[in-house]
Design a binder for this molecule. Structure first.
Ligand code: GLN
Length: 205
């Protein structure tokens, strides 16, 4: 079975471990640099991107994870995790760093006060049955993708309302990002999609 880590320095780690467990993979928390070497894929959970960034540097995880991203390891970032995967952040805190790797610019807390937290149904044709069964997406002080490079595949946009058309799920190569939190629902198709990305990467390596 492929082994998928969940970065466990801050954020909703347990929910991701549970979601991954339903995808027939070994799911393990990752806190130490040595553990980064022993995984086939990594999930960056939601939480607070500024805090996670600081802890990544304090725990000396930033460099090993960046190296594995550069070497093609699949990584899925949700919400704060999307921010961590972005090459550029708008409305970040002074000095905030990311792991980077994805050619996107994200805006932190982009939906504003009126839409601080909200839920909506998204069509994600890339997922199993995704053209027919929408994903119930939970947004919590979420970022959106303000710019996506040519190599980035848009997987979902907001269907209606003031944020209509905003990109909230995307993929570039082995990197996957969502603005929302599938791990807090019982629909784990995004995790299953990511597990398939990890299986593909293990097969060719
Ligand atoms: N607003 C948070 C940040 O900037 C992200 C919120 C979340 O992950 N639910 O990191």
């Amino acid at each position: 079975k492929p082994r998928i880590g969940v970065l466990a320095v801050q954020g909703d780690v347990r929910e991701h471990l549970r979601a991954l467990a339903s995808a027939d993979v070994e799911a393990v928390p990752v806190r130490r640099p040595q553990e980064v070497a022993r995984i086939d894929g990594l999930v960056l959970p939601g939480g607070e991107s500024t805090t996670i960034d600081k802890l990544l540097r304090i725990f000396e995880l930033q460099e090993p994870i960046r190296a594995r991203i550069a070497a093609g390891m699949p990584v899925y970032g949700s919400c704060a995790g999307m921010i961590l995967l972005a090459d550029e952040v708008l409305d970040g805190q002074p000095g905030q760093q990311t792991l980077g790797g994805m050619d996107i610019t994200v805006r932190r807390n982009a939906f504003g006060r009126q839409m601080d937290s909200f839920e909506t149904d998204l069509v994600m044709p890339s997922l199993a049955d995704g053209a027919h069964t929408p994903v119930h997406a939970v947004f919590i002080r979420a970022p959106w993708v303000e710019r996506a490079g040519d190599g980035v595949q848009v997987l979902a946009t907001v269907p209606t309302g003031p944020a209509q058309g905003r990109v909230v799920a995307c993929r570039e190569g082995a990197l996957l990002a969502t603005s929302f939190h599938p791990e807090v629902t019982d629909d784990y198709r995004v995790h299953h999609y990511f597990a398939a990305m990890v299986r593909d990467a293990v097969r060719v390596s």
